[in-house]
Design a protein around this ligand. Sequence first.
Ligand code: 13P
Ligand code: SF4
Length: 310
Amino acid sequence: MEKNCIVQGNKQIIADINRLKQEKNAVILAHYYETGAVQDAADIVGDSFALSRMAKDTDASIIVFCGVRFMAESAKILSPHKKVLLPVPHAGCPMADMVTPEDVRSLREKHPQAAVVCYVNSSCEVKAESDVCVTSSNAVKIVRAMDEKQIIFVPDQNLGRYVAENVQEKEVFLHSGFCPVHHRLTSDDVAKAKAQMPGAVLLAHPECTRAVLDAADYIGSTAQILDYAKQAAEQTFIIATEEGILHKLHKDNPDKVFFPLTPNLLCTDMKKTTLLDLRDALLYEQHEISLSYDVMSKARRCLDRMLILS
Ligand code: 13P
Ligand code: SF4
């Protein structure tokens, strides 16, 4: 009975979301780490790169970003004249908070010849201090294409190290940031999972440590992991990234089997947004992203350069 009430309640909220979206010419973007219910209510679900592209190209007047703050900020930077709403304003990224503009300035002083590459998981202020932005899907390609021989990479030490190993002709100076969700995964976790699922294919996100990446059969962004699983002939996969991705993996591949590398592989910030938060953001047009024009235009250069080099 209680479950029926929830289903009825959700149906009404989804109907409200769809009506409000039409009335207000809004588009709903969601990341693959959001809850299944929020992903299903979105117009576009994607990885950080696809969502940045969509935010730039959409004709909608309002962008509702179901994700974390740096994603909604990137949407605002790329579409400054649009209203960008973040349904839960305190949904942040702990890794993005690990680097400050002052950190970037002091790294530049230490390595004056180096270009600053910032992972998209960073604040608008950090982007404004950087030369080019990257996501996990294009970081290797962009760093390889840059003219500079020395690179400062912020904030993710794991993605930065992965880039350095794949672009050996460059010298890469790493910041110490990390994603708490991916960084805690160990080679013991891999050994346990492989013992339980012999023959399973390990798909890992580059935010994981070297120990996990060394054991992986494929390394990629969330969208790249989804593409890989779809085309693979194998049937069983161990997934070393946030478990929200399982929703789409199951939807796309009903006959294949997916196990998260460990239980509770959860980003709590990505799970903060509910259907009700999404409905209310649309209804009241609340939690709008507002950034200083000056900082935004400096950050824009760094995102535009990423889009050109991708
Ligand atoms: P991607 O979806 O770009 O792989 O990013 C992962 C992530 O951590 C987003 O916060
Ligand atoms: Fe940040 Fe990690 Fe959560 Fe992505 S999964 S938003 S990097 S804390």
